[in-house]
Design a protein around this ligand. Structure first.
Ligand code: 3EB
Length: 338
């Protein structure tokens, strides 16, 4: 074991959270013997966040049955303090914080999103873990219009942008993110944040920064970085077949999958990390804890075939059949580079 430096409160600064994507019964076994900072069930029905065995737990409607259900666990070597606050569930361990919430299904998401985000972002600031480095947002009926004829995803982006503006987040402070469809249950979200660490936001030279997307993609741009460097890892956002700000290879599954992977390779590669002042680069084979979101169930075997040649055979990879945030996108891929 390597020695890690201790801060004034005795917490070592050199560790990162551990995560795993496992079948729910395996998650139960791990949760019984480890300190769980957060658990997210990718399952067949959504539920409000709760404290379960003194840890936050969120259920997302992302699976069609038992076969594609799994659980994501975030564990820590340190003791966990957990609580509920205005409907969000949270836990922290002295260095990292997990917070999860849900916005009820509605014909109008912007106001409720802003409110839920302000609750979660106010909480992380007040608890002293203000540095948000990764967030997930799963949106039911993501490509359908709300009561005013605005697409639900764009409606969500509006509320998120307003919350970030209220919190005065600037472009170097925005997290890596996933914005993806869900099979139901309104909008589920969860964030990872840090007390003392300063996440470094990473962009892709081949893509316009999402926060600079033009208005044609919605009234307020999506607020996320392509990746963040935190605790010796690179957290890669949901990544799709986009160059500049435009979707590429409409209707071409194979090319969309290749371009999504190419975008990830560029983001985590040595030349890009060097430009961002970060030492070593990574390859696709360094990715783990990967989620591959595929719009059409029948496309999964082809996408899987391409991904299996790119990723390490040891990587944990889960394939989900959900909608993607732009109607012309067939695939979105996320992961963590180690
Ligand atoms: C994109 O690059 C594809 O709104 O949080 C990917 C990751 C996407 C995160 C978000 C959206 C989000 O624009 C979509």
């Amino acid at each position: 074991m390597t020695q890690t430096p201790l801060s004034e409160n005795g917490i070592d600064q050199g560790y990162a959270l551990s995560t795993t994507l496992v079948d729910p019964d395996v998650a139960d076994m791990i949760a019984a013997r480890e300190n769980v900072l957060g658990r997210v069930d990718y399952t067949t029905a959504a539920a409000d966040p709760i404290l379960s065995a003194r840890s936050p737990r969120l259920a997302l409607h992302m699976a069609h049955g038992k076969a594609d259900s799994f659980s994501e666990l975030w564990t820590t070597p340190h003791d966990v303090t957990a609580g509920m606050h205005d409907g969000v569930a949270y836990a922290h361990d002295g260095e990292f914080l997990f917070v999860a919430g849900r916005i009820a299904e509605s014909g109008h998401y912007a106001t409720a999103t802003e409110k839920a985000y302000l609750t979660a972002l106010g909480l992380i600031r007040d608890l002293g873990y203000p540095n948000c480095y990764r967030m997930w947002n799963v949106v039911g009926a993501i490509n359908e219009d709300n009561a005013e004829g605005l697409e639900n995803y764009r409606d969500f982006c509006l509320g998120r942008a307003d919350a970030f503006a209220t919190m005065r987040f600037n472009e170097t402070e925005i997290p890596a993110a996933t914005g993806i469809g869900a099979l139901g249950g309104g909008i589920g979200f969860y964030f990872l944040t840090s007390r003392s660490g300063s996440p470094i936001a990473i962009e892709n030279p081949q893509q316009v920064s999402a926060y600079h997307y033009p208005q044609r993609y919605g009234p307020k741009a999506p607020k996320f970085a392509r990746a963040t460097r935190m605790g010796g890892r690179v957290y890669v956002s949901g990544t799709a077949s986009i160059t500049g700000h435009e979707s590429r290879h409409e209707g071409d599954l194979v090319r969309q999958t290749h371009l999504s992977l190419e975008n990830i390779a560029r983001v985590i590669g040595a030349s890009n990390l060097w430009e961002h002042g970060i030492g070593d680069g990574y390859f696709l084979a360094n990715l783990d804890h990967i989620k591959v979101y595929v719009r059409h169930a029948e496309d999964i075997p082809v996408v899987r075939g391409i991904c299996e040649r790119a990723f390490s055979p040891a990587a944990e990879v889960r394939y989900l059949n959900v909608d993607v945030c732009r109607s012309d996108l067939l695939v979105e891929i996320e992961g963590i580079a180690y």
